[in-house]
Design a protein around this ligand. Structure first.
Ligand code: CP3
Length: 350
């Protein structure tokens, strides 16, 4: 099945997909990383008594949770409700998502045998994803659905550490000290991520985002040698589908050019990097970002003034997708995000 965006002209011409392709737009498109989730009372109500992983595997819940922020805010794109560790769970890795903690892996990966014990992902592992995406695309009409996966480094960090980590010490110890195990692990995750994204695109997702949230933990030289080649493999495989590819990480100011060169169409910029510098480093690619996610806790007029600056600088990019510089913080007041969405739409009218 060809990507829905190639057969639906209204979807193809949407502000989000146009900006991602670096084409003219009627207004700056907006969506928010983690727009679905705990900041929404309707999400918390739906999740009552249902574990995070279970909710990701139930198409009825995935569809409803993904649509909630689209209905509430009128954002220009939906992001598939799931998690970066979901494909690992689907192939049989023993892990859970612990409330308030994040992903926890029962037996951390430390040896080549541990890596080889992880199965490759086939579409049969994630039938519920195909079903959820198809249903969503039908509901969304001309609003694009963004599929996503975790990039090899960020997913490796959870597998090797066994859970969230501040310094990623064991992960980097493997990268520095056991390069052959590291390469095998990165290749394994790259294959899983690419196959998982292909499933989403095949089912109708019209863009993808590769989250390398923790890639900012490595130096530029180590990124180039030990991380970038595998992210590039994932992005290259998805490039063959023709959908725009967004590549995002946090604290990645020093490697933004490389994240673009890895095969992105849109470079995600966090809030630490001035957007103008992000545009420069993205090397002619479109950019996404980058309002500080804590600005929602400032007085509304302060938040909107900063948003205006982001929109104005964004106009100098080949394409700009407005977003926060990282995910929505759970304590965020949804009314602030509603005001932000309306404001960006209003001030960016062409
Ligand atoms: O709306 C969306 O953006 C889609 C949903 C989404 C989730 N996780 C749902 C989720 C997305 C895109 C992710 C990606 C993800 N997961 C990343 C990359 C994005 C980023 O923020 O950098 C990472 C690093 C993870 C790993 C992970 N999963 C973390 C750090 C946590 C939070 C731990 C906590 O509880 O504070 C999770 C759990 C998770 N994933 C939740 C949600 C809504 C919260 C769990 C819950 O609602 O019970």
């Amino acid at each position: 099945m060809p990507a829905a965006s190639t057969t639906d002209p209204a979807l193809h011409a949407s502000a989000f997909l146009s900006a991602a392709r670096g084409e003219p737009v009627t207004h700056t498109p907006v969506w928010f990383m983690r727009q679905a989730g705990r900041s929404l009372p309707e999400y918390r109500a739906l999740r009552e008594g249902v574990s995070m992983l279970e909710s990701c595997m139930r198409p009825d819940l995935v569809v409803e949770i993904t649509l909630q922020p689209v209905r509430r805010y009128g954002v220009d794109a939906a992001i598939f409700f799931s998690d970066i560790v979901l494909p690992l769970k689907a192939v049989g890795v023993d892990l859970d998502i612990t409330p308030g903690v994040g992903p926890v892996v029962a037996s951390p990966v430390r040896t080549l045998a541990d890596v080889e014990a992880i199965p490759d992902l086939t579409p049969e592992h994630v039938g519920f994803v195909t079903e959820s995406v198809r249903a969503l695309v039908g509901e969304l009409g001309a609003t694009p659905l963004i599929g996503f996966a975790g990039a090899p480094f960020t997913v490796a960090s959870y597998l090797v550490e066994g859970g969230p980590s501040k310094d990623h010490a064991r992960t980097k110890a493997m990268m520095f000290g056991a390069p052959e195990v590291w390469a095998a692990l990165m290749a394994k995750i790259a294959g899983i991520a690419a196959a998982y994204l292909e499933v989403q695109v095949e089912a109708g997702a019209s863009a993808v985002q590769l989250f390398d949230s923790w890639a900012g933990a490595v130096s530029r030289a180590d990124y180039e040698q030990h991380v970038m080649p595998w992210s590039a493999q994932v992005l290259e495989r998805i490039g063959a589908t023709g959908v725009p590819r967004i590549h995002f990480g946090v604290g990645t100011g020093e490697i933004l050019d490389l994240m673009g060169a890895a095969g992105a169409d849109v470079v995600g910029v966090d809030w630490r990097v001035p957007l103008a510098a992000g545009i420069e480093r993205a090397g002619g690619r479109a950019v996404q970002g980058n309002l500080d996610p804590t600005l929602v806790f400032a007085p509304t007029e302060v938040m909107l003034e900063r948003a205006r600056e982001v929109v104005e600088v964004g106009r100098t990019a080949p394409g700009h997708v407005f977003n926060l510089g990282h995910g929505v913080i759970p304590a965020t007041d949804p009314d602030q995000l509603a005001r932000l969405t309306d404001f960006v739409h209003e001030v960016s009218q062409r």
